[in-house]
Design a protein around this ligand. Structure first.
Ligand code: SAH
Length: 217
């Protein structure tokens, strides 16, 4: 069977799924145009990698729909000097995108096999400035703090306090928050004397499991 033309599929994805739905930040669009999403999904799903949906990545987890990943990225407002933390490495796709828009990306995954696969993939593809970590990211990554931005890519019952504590003044956190089935994107900005909270679009993510997430798988 002929391999599809992945570069063309990726361009169409960026035009139809991102730009037409309001992803306007040129840096974000360029990053999604650059990262080869088909190399982040299981081989069985490669030809579907640019479709408008989440896809399985093993261990009952999913890579987010391209639009949702782009929306979260745009809302986080990454910039080239930023130090970022991602919770939920999964395939490593979102970390690869963030690495093109920021200086440093720490990314935490709780499932061993996903952590190993993502680490290997990111190295092989030549992404720089990313530190993959294995563990419970619901309590963040204290030794790398403070962060300019924190992106949680699994659904939480509430924003973990530990993550708020690791946010710089002026820093932003984006996370899906809600019950196990339905969440909304929430953005928190840290100010000198508190936090400002905004509600965004409804969404559906796999659960954030851990000390400051859901207790049951
Ligand atoms: N950002 C990923 C997709 C995330 S799917 C990508 O680009 O492919 C959500 C991931 O969060 C899953 O891999 C899941 O195992 C992980 N996860 C859930 N709870 C976690 C926790 N407490 N700490 C770290 N990772 C967690």
């Amino acid at each position: 069977m002929h391999e599809p033309d992945y570069d063309s599929l990726r361009k169409i994805m960026v035009e139809e799924q991102l730009r037409k739905r309001g992803i306007t930040d040129p840096g974000v669009l360029a990053a999604f145009l650059s990262v080869p999403r088909h190399l982040f999904v299981d081989a069985d799903w490669k030809t579907q990698a640019y479709e408008d949906r989440p896809l399985p990545i093993g261990a009952e987890q999913t890579i987010s729909q391209p639009y949702m990943a782009a929306l979260m990225t745009q809302w986080l407002c990454p910039s080239p000097e930023h130090r970022l933390l991602e919770i939920g490495t999964g395939s490593g796709y979102q970390a690869a995108v963030l690495s093109l828009l920021a200086h440093t990306v720490f990314t935490v995954e709780r499932i061993d096999v996903l952590y190993h696969n993502a680490s290997k993939r990111l190295t092989e593809l030549g992404y720089r400035g990313i530190t993959p970590l294995l563990g419970d990211g619901s309590t963040g990554h204290e030794s790398g703090a403070l962060y300019d931005g924190i992106l949680v890519t699994a659904g939480a019952p509430e924003i973990p306090e530990a993550l708020l504590a690791q946010l710089k003044e002026g820093g932003m956190l984006v996370a899906p928050v809600g019950d196990r089935q339905h969440q909304r994107l929430i953005r928190i900005r840290r100010h000198r004397n508190g936090f400002h909270r905004e509600e965004g679009t409804p969404c559906r993510f796999v659960p954030l499991l851990g000390a400051q997430g859901w207790q049951q798988p």
